[in-house]
Design a protein around this ligand. Sequence first.
Ligand SMILES: Cc1cc2nc3c(=O)[nH]c(=O)nc-3n(C[C@H](O)[C@H](O)[C@H](O)COP(=O)(O)OP(=O)(O)OC[C@H]3O[C@@H](n4cnc5c(N)ncnc54)[C@H](O)[C@@H]3O)c2cc1C
Length: 413
Amino acid sequence: MTNSLNVGIIGAGIQGISNALFLQKKGFNVTIFDRDNPGSPAASYGNAGHFSPYASLSLNRTDVLADVPAMLLSSTGPLALKWNYVPKMIPWFLKFISNTSKKKMMHTARNMHQILDLALPAYDELFDEINLDGLVEKKGILYIWNNQDLKSRELEINVRKELGVEQQLVNKSEIHDLEPNIKPFYHAGVYYPYARHARNPKKILLKFFELFIKKGGKFERRNINDIQFDTEKPIIISDDKRYHFDKIVIACGAFSKILTDNLDERIPLDTERGYHVHFKNCDHLLNRPVIFSNRGFGITPMEQGLRVVGTVEFGGLRNPLSKSRIKNLINNAKYMLGDLPEHEDEWLGFRPTLPDFLPVMGPSKNHKNVFYCFGHHHLGWTLGPISGKIVSGMIAKENTNLNLDPYSSKRFN
Ligand SMILES: Cc1cc2nc3c(=O)[nH]c(=O)nc-3n(C[C@H](O)[C@H](O)[C@H](O)COP(=O)(O)OP(=O)(O)OC[C@H]3O[C@@H](n4cnc5c(N)ncnc54)[C@H](O)[C@@H]3O)c2cc1C
């Protein structure tokens, strides 16, 4: 197919670059804008690298509110608050609470499942065009837990069963066979053999970006302040320049709200802050990503060493990194694996999250030539290519069998 239209994309994370590559496949001329170079320490750089098509059940679940006080009080727990941000986040929290009924939980789970199920084939379409050089491992992903948490694990297992998600329950000795270096504190777990992990998300992103440039894509390193319009055609506004396009895509992750507010839409996007550290030269200790569900953290073997990832911290985009969360990750890693060398690379990243835990994909409410692709919370790395495929299909006005209404920004208006 050939399309001579010019499309501007704001954001060079996995969402922006995936949109660009699928738009190029359909013949559009594409320019990407980012205030940093691609591969900069945004969420798409520092994530846990899981390709997790099974993860349909999100944080808006029926049991979450009962668990929150204990999680907040626990020094080893996954949840944290920056108290100065709590007043700003109250409207988000109220919307979140209204999304924890069984009906809303299942609405999110079904509509996450719809796109997660297509996530790996969409990646493979892009992987076919680059040399992966061993950057993706197909050894599955393992979750483990101990007794006290069994009830909430049952909820997850049942929802996945209802959705038809393939899962393999594993006992203590099977976990030991899969990961002999983990200390035997666990009771049971679940293994997703078809899940994959990235050995280095940044390198994969850069390979996609190189492909984009090779296919004639343009990149402008600019901070974008605003979108204006020449009749209906969008103009991207940076500090010193104006760029005219036929269509644009806003894919700025957790920072997208700054631009959508200017477009007069009230999209309740906020962030769940997350952290990582690396233990260099230790990646041989694990064969695959392992997540300890009780403490809500995971460890992924990567080129940089073991990447220890976790925490959901509510604190906005401006607060500094919390040293206590870094300490927490280090202690948790040692709890799982015993002695480890000094850690490196303390990183804070911003998951873009809506209170119903569904992404926003589709045209803006007020401007038919402005498209959104953000809000993929814990799953934006997994969902990059499928989201790019979906949004590029909308821009090209293609028919689809998918029900895309649940992802529309109109649900908030
Ligand atoms: C700790 C942690 C672990 C995670 N682990 C996983 C995982 O294992 N698997 C998974 O599927 N997902 C995971 N995620 C989620 C995933 O990383 C994100 O959902 C995803 O990376 C979001 O991609 P994005 O392209 O929307 O945003 P980003 O990666 O944040 O990219 C947005 C880009 O927009 C640019 N930008 C923003 N505003 C402007 C502006 N005004 N002008 C110009 N440029 C702008 C930024 O510089 C940035 O490059 C994790 C996230 C975190 C924080």
